[in-house]
Write a protein that binds this ligand. Structure first.
Ligand code: NAI
Length: 329
C-alpha cells in the first residue's frame, strides 16, 4: 500500500518512520505541502492519503481524490470536522481516524493554559529574564475550592475533570451522555454550568449544533471573572462575541489553543508575513488572553500512539479486516 502523507513536519516523519519497519506492506511518501485543490492531484498513483486537522478535505478535494483513485483517507487525528464525509461515502472512499491517542495530553495542556492565563507565568518568565522582579499585573486567583465546568465529558473532558478534581475543585459537567466513570462530577444543564463555573473548559466536538456555543447570549450567562479555556475547536466560540465579552470585563482569563481563523496559519511560521486578518492579534492585545497554536496533542506519548493507530488502520484496510476506527457519519 502506497500512502501519501500531506502537511508533514519533521516530528511526523520521525514517529512514523520509527514504526514503519513493522509494516512491510506499507510505503509512505511524506509531503510538506498540505492538501487542497491544487495538491490533491499529487495523490494519483497512491492507494491512500494521510492528513491532519488543518487539511482541506471538502467536496472539491474529495472529487480530486476520487479522480486520482484514492480509496482511503487516514486522518492522523481525532477530529474530522474538516472532512466532507458525504462526498467520501458517495465515492466509496473510507475515512479512518485515531479516535483516542492521549486524552491526557490535551487535558494537561488545557490545565496548563488555565494556569498560565490565570497566574501569568508566560509574562512572569519574561519579566524575570529582564531582571524585573516586580509583581504588578501578575495576580491570579486560587482554583482550589472553585467550580470547574466541563462542557463535553468524553475522553478529554473526563481527563480534564479528573485533573480539576485533583486540584480540589468542585467539578460540574454538561453532556447529553453523562460519563458514568466520573462519580465526582455533578451533571447540570448548560445554563447552570455557565452560571456556576469559575473555570469553563470546552471539550465537545465541533458540529452544526455546537458551532458558536459560546456566543453573546451564553457569555452573558457566565459568572463575572470566569476563566474560559478552549482546546477543542475554534468554531465553538464566536470570536466577535468573545472580544465584546472581554471588553465588558466578563473574563478573568482566557486560554485558547484553537481559534476560528487558525486553519490558514496553524503549524506555519508566519512571522515574516503580513497577515490578511488580525483577529488573533486583537485577541492577544488583551492582557488576560493567552494563546497557543493547536498543540494540545503535542506530546511524545500522543505522537507515538497516533503513528501506531494510523498504521494499524492502514494495515486493517489492507487485510480486509473490520475497520473499527472508520468514521461513518
Ligand atoms: P469524545 O468523543 O470522547 O468526547 C466528546 C464528548 O462531547 C462526548 O461525551 C459527547 O457526548 C459530548 N458532546 C457532543 N455534543 C455535545 C454538546 N452539544 N454539548 C456538550 N457535550 C457534547 O472526544 P474527545 O476525544 O474527548 O475529544 C474532544 C474534542 O477535542 C475533539 O472533538 C477535538 O475537537 C478536540 N481535540 C483537540 C486537540 C488539540 O490538540 N487541541 C486534540 C484532540 C482533540
Amino acid at each position: 500500500m502506497k500512502i501519501l502523507f500531506y502537511g508533514t513536519k519533521s516530528y511526523d516523519e520521525q514517529f512514523f518512520e520509527k514504526l514503519l519497519p513493522q509494516y512491510p506492506d506499507i510505503t509512505i511518501k511524506f509531503l510538506e505541502a498540505n492538501i487542497h485543490e491544487e495538491t490533491a492531484t499529487l495523490a494519483a498513483g497512491y492507494d491512500a492519503i494521510c492528513a491532519f486537522v488543518n487539511a482541506d478535505l471538502g467536496k472539491n478535494v474529495m472529487e480530486e481524490l476520487h479522480t486520482a483513485g484514492v480509496k482511503l483517507i487516514l486522518m492522523r487525528c481525532a477530529g474530522y470536522n474538516n472532512v466532507d464525509l458525504e462526498t467520501a461515502h458517495k465515492y466509496g472512499i473510507k475515512v479512518l481516524r485515531v479516535p483516542s491517542y492521549s486524552p491526557e495530553a490535551v487535558a494537561e495542556h488545557a490545565m496548563a493554559l488555565a494556569l498560565t492565563a490565570n497566574r501569568h507565568t508566560h509574562k512572569a518568565y519574561i519579566k524575570c529574564r529582564e531582571n524585573n522582579f516586580a509583581l504588578n499585573g501578575l495576580m491570579g486567583v486560587n482554583l482550589f475550592q472553585k467550580t470547574a465546568g466541563i462542557v463535553g465529558t468524553g475522553k478529554i473532558g473526563a481527563a480534564m475533570a479528573r485533573i480539576c478534581h485533583g486540584f480540589g475543585m468542585k467539578v460540574i459537567g454538561y453532556d447529553a451522555y453523562p460519563n458514568k466513570s466520573l462519580d465526582f462530577v455533578t451533571y447540570v444543564s448548560l445554563d447552570e454550568l455557565l452560571a456556576q463555573s469559575d473555570l469553563i473548559s470546552l471539550h465537545c466536538p465541533l458540529t452544526d449544533e455546537t458551532r458558536h456555543l459560546i456566543n453573546s447570549d451564553t457569555i452573558n450567562k457566565m459568572k463575572d471573572g470566569v476563566i474560559l479555556v478552549n482546546t477543542s475547536r475554534g468554531g465553538l466560540i464566536k470570536t466577535d462575541a468573545l472580544i465584546e465579552g472581554i471588553r465588558k470585563n466578563k473574563f478573568f482569563a482566557i486560554g485558547l489553543d484553537v481559534y476560528e481563523e487558525e486553519t490558514d496559519y496553524v503549524y506555519e511560521d508566519m512571522s515574516e508575513r503580513i497577515l490578511p486578518t488580525s483577529t488573533i492579534q486583537r485577541l492577544l492585545s488583551f492582557p488576560n488572553v493567552t494563546m497557543t497554536s493547536h498543540q494540545g496533542f503535542f506530546t511524545h506519548e500522543a505522537l507515538s500512539s497516533i503513528a501506531e493507530t494510523t498504521l494499524n488502520n492502514a494495515q486493517a484496510f489492507l487485510n480486509g479486516e473490520e475497520l473499527k476506527n472508520e468514521v461513518l457519519s
